[in-house]
Write a protein that binds this ligand. Structure first.
Ligand SMILES: [Zn+2]
Ligand SMILES: [Zn+2]
Length: 255
């Protein structure tokens, strides 16, 4: 709502309100830009003012994922497991960066005090025994970056298999996930209850990962770029990412 006039400009779905219309967010609506004065979480209302700032805003979030139910579990080679099932993803938007419109340089960083939100949805995931990543000589300190880069690349390739947009899908990776006890990569549907994209990925997981590995391998950049492993929607500011180790990691993921 435009605060000065009380005019309702539009609606934002609840799932993206915390990332798109938090306090201070620059919000584009029908080609015009607005700055959010205040997001009232209880009233589900964001009050904005018309402004053309010389910065953009980028939310930062912290996520955790817990496995609720495993519907499908397939043994891949080398002890790797491909799973599909129901997960709870809890996201908390913790702050945002202000970046220069032209140079994208970070101008400022602001904390936000927003409540966590939990999404129960469907996910596909790979559990990779740590002994396998050690045997492949992926250094322990680069393992989080390898998993994270592979997760981003897999998300960007899923739209080739399932008719979806990368914004419909989320991901999370951990070098030691609390439910699996091993390095794990999750890719989940962004809609509550799931939308069939993760399942489609699970159905065709081998082709999906081969396409992902080829795409990274063929990208001419040195350490990752938006065409391969850098994601515009990463809540961790694309840190850490290791493109070379992601290629090695994906070689371990075969039926
Ligand atoms: Zn690249
Ligand atoms: Zn990320």
């Amino acid at each position: 709502m435009e605060q000065s006039s009380g005019v309702l400009l539009g609606t934002v779905d609840a799932a993206s309100a915390h990332t798109q219309v938090h306090d201070g967010a620059v919000y584009l609506h029908q080609g015009r830009s607005y700055v959010v004065n205040h997001l009232d979480v209880e009233q589900a209302a964001a009050f904005v003012r018309r402004e053309d700032p010389l910065h953009t805003t980028h939310p930062q979030s912290a996520s955790t994922l817990r496995i609720r139910q495993i519907d499908r579990e397939v043994q891949w080679s080398g002890g790797v497991q491909l799973c599909f099932g129901t997960v709870d993803v809890t996201d908390q938007v913790t702050g945002y960066q202000m970046r220069d419109v032209f140079t994208q340089a970070v101008l400022a960083q602001h904390p936000l005090d927003l409540p966590p939100r939990t999404l129960t949805t469907k996910a596909v995931w790979w559990v990779i025994p740590r002994e396998r990543t050690d045997a492949a000589e992926i250094p322990g300190e680069e393992l989080p970056g390898a998993l994270h880069a592979a997760e981003h690349a897999a998300i960007s390739m899923l739209p080739l298999l399932a008719t979806c947009d990368r914004w419909d899908i989320g991901g999370l990776s951990a070098a030691l996930h609390e439910d699996t006890g091993e390095p794990t990569i999750f890719v989940y549907d962004g809609a509550p209850g799931g939308a069939g994209f993760a399942e489609r990925g699970a159905d065709d997981a081998d082709a999906w990962l081969r396409a992902t590995a080829d795409m990274i391998g063929e990208c001419g950049c040195e350490s990752g770029c938006p065409a391969c492993v850098v994601s515009p929607k990463c809540g961790n500011g694309n840190e850490p990412l290791s493109k070379p180790q992601a290629v090695r990691l994906l070689e371990l993921l075969k039926p």
